[in-house]
Design a protein. Structure first.
Ligand SMILES: [Zn+2]
Length: 317
């Protein structure tokens, strides 16, 4: 029993072969490049097919898990792209599977796979401990996420559950590119933070202002940069507590480029959660940073199709 895990990001694709005991081999990644299908084919070919029993794919959204299609915002040539069928065809071409159309290929969102991977391999549940509820959040160019409820990724009827970036934080706030008003993403994404900081007097020392430079300035004590992180922490805390009130969440794990700021984000976030939390059960929430980094998404993708030990099996959207 071996899974091929595929992580479709907006700028990079990654693959790995993952075994039920959590061993990861043949991990590789490539920039998406001008021909995303060729990039994917190259990675799949190099990973090999020995003993492969399923393929799990985590993809940047939006996705349609029922149709097996994806439309990653940063890959404009993929709109309603038939990713599941394409992967099946690649496998059939490259590895001569007896029944490529019957081969298990599961698709979920990248945030959902991150949450499931952290649950399985990141010390946030699993490993024989009691079933728990985990919220994973990816704070990056956008804000994504996923929920694991008692060991099962909750994907929703279309595969889009967990879009925490589009929880309304401020009904009087800015219009979000998604069409709604005051989404978490309009405040807490890397580009939103940088925009706000620049509009409020931040002078970036780097040639291209980005969240990394903003984090460096916040860590150095530049007040406007610290305020930008405080603002993001407040908005994230509101979204986390909203989700926790609905799902009785135990653990929150945060990944993505903005979370690479570490305690610059986590310290004000923990304080904001403690300050905003009301009901008793919300006060037991723990918030930590991913320990698996990008591998969380690969582990989660693999877990979609691997037999489970101590995990409730995934049953599809
Ligand atoms: Zn939105």
């Amino acid at each position: 029993m071996t899974a091929l895990a595929i992580d479709i990001g907006g700028t990079k694709f990654a693959v790995a072969v993952v075994h039920p005991d959590g061993t990861m081999t043949r991990r590789a990644e490539l920039p998406v490049g001008p021909d995303p299908v060729a990039t994917l084919a190259s990675l799949v070919r190099d990973a090999g097919a020995a003993g492969l029993t399923g393929v799990g794919i985590g993809s940047a959204g939006p996705i349609d898990a029922l149709a097996g299609t994806v439309s990653p915002v940063n890959i404009p040539s993929w709109r309603g792209f038939p990713l599941v069928d394409t992967v099946r065809e690649l496998l059939a071409d490259l590895h001569d599977l007896p029944d490529p159309h019957g081969f298990p290929v599961a698709l979920a969102g990248d945030g959902q796979c991150m949450a499931l991977g952290e649950w399985w391999r990141g010390g946030h549940g699993g490993h024989g401990s009691a079933p728990r509820v985990l919220l994973g959040i990816v704070v990056s160019t956008g804000v994504g996420g996923g929920l694991v409820l008692d060991g099962v990724p909750y994907l929703g009827p279309t595969g889009n559950a967990g879009h925490i970036g589009h929880i309304a934080i401020d009904p009087h706030g800015q219009r979000c590119p998604c069409g709604a008003v005051g989404c978490l993403e309009t405040i807490a994404s890397g580009p939103s933070m940088v925009r706000w900081a620049l509009a409020n007097g931040w002078t970036c020392p780097a040639a291209h202002p980005d969240a990394k430079a903003l984090a460096a300035d916040a860590a150095r004590g530049v007040p406007v940069a610290q305020l930008a992180f405080q603002r993001t922490a407040d908005a994230l805390a509101a979204a986390i507590l909203t989700t926790a009130a609905l799902f009785d969440v135990d653990d929150v794990v945060i990944g993505g480029g903005v979370a690479a700021a570490g305690e610059t984000l986590l310290a004000p976030l923990r304080q904001a959660v403690a300050k905003q939390a009301g009901l008793d059960f919300l006060h037991r929430l723990t918030v930590s940073r991913t320990t698996l980094e990008r591998d969380a998404g690969l582990y989660g993708a693999a877990a979609l199709v691997l037999p489970s030990e101590g995990r409730t099996p995934y049953r599809g959207p």
